[in-house]
Design a binder for this molecule. Structure first.
Ligand code: PXL
Length: 281
């Protein structure tokens, strides 16, 4: 039997609203992978569309957690980072990458900071530079098109896209450092939406899309990233992993759309977990 894999997920915990750790933990666990966490902050809700949320920064706790673990001989198969609140947290996470670096470690960076052509309100205009540094060090990056453009200093365009525009973004992201690039929110016509991939070692491009569902749903990047990493760790190649993640995310959005849930409340991924577990068995 193959040894059980172990991930370290470094994200905030937004107590309500289904994103970051409340999404990463159940999805990665459902895939049969151990999911260890470092919570970088505790918020009552995520910051997308809510007002008056609480926010407790846990930056000071991060290194003591890692120092304690150094006494326990713990190793990781993957490190997965998402929303990070400051340059200081980016630097700390970068040093954690160094701490756990082994030949087989996968580091996946989701440079959560922007969407629809705009930086999230909490971030200043220099923040993409910090995220670019971390993303350059990762084995795999999973930006949306806005985040890709901010990191690369390229002009953001709305879809549908040309294949040349997407290919250029994928190659430029790979040039920063990562071997595997997964670009989300890609479409070549009005009817579809999906992910485009580039695997540098295999020199292979991929694209997988489903019918587009109207509206913007919160936390879908974290649902996608968690399913993507799970599939990669279960040995699927990059494009097949992206396809698993697109299917899982789109099915979660469809359930949520049908239930007419407040879009701030995140998507119903929970009812897809059993299927995901089967697909990744
Ligand atoms: O889903 C990404 C995310 C994670 N954590 C917090 C957020 C967001 C997106 O807005 O606000 C706190």
């Amino acid at each position: 039997m193959e040894r059980q894999k172990r991930v370290l997920a470094i994200h905030d915990i937004s107590c309500f609203g289904r994103c970051s750790l409340t999404v990463a933990l159940p999805i990665i666990s459902a895939a049969g992978i151990e999911c260890t966490v470092i919570p970088t902050a505790v918020l009552s809700t995520h910051t997308g569309g809510f007002t008056g949320f609480t926010f407790r920064d846990l930056t000071e706790d991060i290194m003591p957690i890692v120092e304690h673990w150094k006494t326990l001989d713990i190793g990781y198969d993957a490190l997965y980072t998402g929303y990070l609140g400051s340059f200081e947290q980016i630097d700390i996470v970068s040093s954690i990458f160094d701490t756990y670096k082994t030949k087989d470690l996968i580091t996946l960076v989701d440079p959560v900071m922007a969407d629809n052509g705009k930086l999230y309100g909490a971030f200043g205009p220099d923040f993409p530079k910090g995220m670019k540094r971390l993303a350059s060090k990762a084995d795999a990056v999973v930006p949306n098109i806005t985040e890709a453009c901010f990191m690369l200093g390229k002009e953001y365009k709305e879809g549908p896209y040309t294949e040349q525009y997407i290919k250029d973004l994928l190659l430029s992201l790979a040039d920063m450092g990562p071997d595997k690039v997964i670009l989300t929110g890609v479409n070549y016509n009005e009817k579809e939406l999906g992910a485009a991939t580039y695997d540098k070692k295999a020199d292979e491009f991929g694209f997988y899309a489903k019918k587009r569902i109207k509206g913007y749903y919160h936390g879908t990047g974290d649902v996608f990233g968690s399913a993507l990493l799970s599939a990669m760790m279960k040995g699927k190649n990059l494009i097949d992993s992206a396809a698993v993640a697109v299917d899982f995310t789109v099915e979660s959005i469809i359930r949520t759309y049908k239930a007419k849930t407040d879009i701030r409340f995140g998507v119903n991924f929970e009812e897809g977990l059993q299927k995901l577990a089967k697909v990744l068995k």
